[in-house]
Write a protein that binds this ligand. Sequence first.
Ligand code: HEM
Length: 204
Amino acid sequence: MSERIYMLPFWLRAWHWVNAALILVLIVTGGSLHFAQPDLPLVPFALAARLHDIAGVALAALYGFFVIANIVSGNWWQYVPKPGGFIKRCLVQTRFYCWDIFWGRPHPYPPTLAANFNSLQQIIYWFIMYFFMPILLLTGLMFLVPEWAPQRVLGLDGLLPIAMAHTAVGLIITLFMIGHIYLGTTGLKVTSLFRMMITGWHEH
Ligand code: HEM
């Protein structure tokens, strides 16, 4: 018999799905702009550019909401790696995902209200949300308003490193999302964690 805990407030779930939808739009339009093909566009260039700008500005505003809501609610603490065996917990969790899970062994650190994330989730979510997302958004905003970008960097046009960082971080977040969706299937049932992100109830 499974048990349930009400784990995730509405604001967090709403943020998560709007964030995921905007990022999907940004991946499709960003890919379309990066690999622009006049004869065979995934999304026509002008439309892709407009949608990318609108979704990017919306994502920046939503990110502001995420940071403020995390501070006000205290949820930011979930993302902070805790000392006292952090590396060991990451290794145990990696072994679980790579090996133990295929033998039906139980999760080594099941989520609780006080510690919603395991150590690997903590460090990965921390980097994505507090390191890569700010770089993605700041470089994107500099593209939109080029006067905000440095004039020159190491003797090169200042927009060049901005463009490279924006594309590289966009790729990192796309790869994160693929791994993230796979790990989303590792709950009690394949659908349990996706359902939790919709209803807020965690099953274990
Ligand atoms: C269609 C795309 C996505 C799906 C299906 C999805 C699915 C999920 C699922 C099942 C969870 C719960 C499991 C867990 O706590 O680890 C989750 C949590 C989370 N996801 Fe996603 N996700 C998507 C996109 C994204 C993106 C693009 C980001 C960030 C850039 C993101 C960031 C997060 C964060 C930070 C949490 C933890 C929220 C919290 O409990 O405080 N997700 N996601």
